[in-house]
Design a protein around this ligand. Structure first.
Ligand SMILES: Cc1cc2nc3c(=O)[nH]c(=O)nc-3n(C[C@H](O)[C@H](O)[C@H](O)COP(=O)(O)OP(=O)(O)OC[C@H]3O[C@@H](n4cnc5c(N)ncnc54)[C@H](O)[C@@H]3O)c2cc1C
Length: 404
């Protein structure tokens, strides 16, 4: 087990500085343009692929860090540059994590490279689980997967909502119910290979924030995928269904654990947005003169900045703790993964709101990036489990009771 230390090692410091450099030089200068265009920033994704920030090798290097801190460090820096572009670059990792978490070694070898495409012409991937009637209530999923024994194919039918990269992705990873009587325990994940007939999507949904990131509803109309596209394989699925039908406990509540493990990384993205807004507001408060002195010389302003910094640092400690625990197989007995995402998401919302306030009228204008950060921050109390769902996970963990 790796020691938990707040002293970053040399590799982590190099990673942080390298991603920060990319965020400062490539991402941030492009952020306003792609936010306005509400379009996928393909040139930036290409640049990220070229320098090695977009691709499985990069993710694998981060995952290999025994402290678990590399991915949150990289995420914070990239999303400090811009959250919409950041999600365009890191959104693929949701699908990759699903393949990595549920797939067999053969499936990883076959599908993971296809999620990213080539360095010269990168592709993106989508992870589609939310549905119009099943957001927080994952067990209410209606998309069905039916096995066709004659052709050894799975037939997927249903609708997915709000999929990041939905429709523009090559690989779509789709969750579906194979046995609706079992709720979330009757669900499985499938790879839908690029170009599969029957998968269509709406045009890009128009959003409050993260406008550079593509979000769309995805329709599955009798989509046929080969048997090998069922992640984990059919034998493992049948065994899991048998266990659920005979009332046995799910081993380690696999789906829950996957979510808990990915939440600290999403919290780290929120931290990047919060830190960007805090740094900008700090500089502004030192420069802006009213009543003959910089506004930071008023305690009300300085204390607001002190609170912003304190909250960001507190949230980072929770994110790093959960990342370290997840990587070192420490059980989240108090919902520590959810705590990290809950705190970081709410800090991002409050810090960006304070930053707008500290800039006064300038904070409300598109001439300054804080209005964009304020719009982007809000997603972090909504996706990957809303703040209420995080509180539900934590309260169930600390009480051992079925809180509703
Ligand atoms: C920009 C964006 C990108 C997204 N990307 C993806 C993606 O790539 N893949 C994907 O599958 N999904 C994605 N989502 C979907 C996202 O995960 C869901 O929107 C989220 O889980 C909430 O579900 P919902 O919108 O249906 O809200 P609902 O579940 O309808 O919730 C509405 C409100 O009710 C509250 N609520 C619900 N149940 C309870 C309860 N038991 N106790 C207390 N309060 C409760 C919620 O907290 C919320 O405030 C994305 C969403 C957005 C906006």
């Amino acid at each position: 087990m790796a020691e938990f230390s707040l002293d970053l090692n040399e590799e982590q410091r190099d990673l942080r500085d390298w991603v920060h450099g990319f965020a400062a030089e490539v991402v941030r200068p492009a952020a306003a343009e792609w936010d306005e265009r509400e379009d996928t920033p393909w040139p930036v994704i290409q640049e990220a692929a070229k320098v090695g920030l977009y691709g499985f090798e990069f993710l694998a290097t981060c995952w290999a860090d025994p402290t678990g801190l590399s991915l949150p460090i990289a995420s914070e820096e990239l999303f400090w540059g811009d959250a919409g572009i950041g999600l365009s670059i890191f959104g693929t990792s949701l699908a990759v994590a699903a393949i990595y978490g549920a797939g067999t070694p053969d499936q990883m070898v076959e599908w993971v490279p296809q999620c990213f495409g080539d360095i010269d012409s990168p592709t993106v991937a989508a992870f589609c689980t939310s549905e119009p009637e099943a957001g927080s209530d994952v067990g209410a999923m209606r998309t069905r997967a039916v096995y066709d024994e004659a052709t050894d194919e799975w037939v997927l039918t249903g609708q997915k909502a709000y999929a990041t990269n939905g429709g523009i992705a090559g690989v779509h990873v789709v969750t579906a119910s194979v046995d609706p009587t079992l709720g979330s325990r009757g669900q499985a994940a499938f790879v839908v290979p690029p170009g599969t007939p029957g998968l269509t999507a709406t045009r890009k949904l128009r959003k409050l924030g993260l406008r550079a990131s593509h979000t769309a509803d995805v329709f599955l109309d009798g989509v046929r995928v080969p048997g090998r596209c069922l992640l984990g394989g059919r034998d493992a699925l049948l065994e899991r269904l048998d266990r659920a039908r005979s009332g046995q406990r799910a081993t380690g509540q696999a789906a829950m654990r996957t979510f808990e493990l990915s939440r600290p990384t999403v919290g780290a993205q929120a931290l990047g947005v919060a830190r960007a807004a805090y740094e900008y507001a700090l500089d502004y408060a030192k420069d802006r003169v009213q009543f003959g002195r910089p506004i930071i010389e008023n305690q009300a302003v300085a204390f607001a900045l002190a609170d912003m910094r304190t909250e960001i640092d507190a949230a980072r400690l929770l994110v790093w703790r959960a990342s370290w625990m997840g990587r070192n197989n420490r059980p989240f007995t108090a919902g520590e993964g959810s705590m990290s995402k809950l705190k970081a998401g709410e800090v991002a919302v409050s810090v960006t709101e304070k930053a707008v306030q500290l800039l006064g009228g300038a904070g409300f204008l598109r001439d300054h990036p804080v209005e964009r950060w304020y719009r982007d921050a809000k997603i972090y109390t909504i996706f990957e489990g809303t703040s209420e769902i995080q509180r539900l996970v934590i309260s169930r963990a600390i009480s051992g009771m079925q809180i509703r």
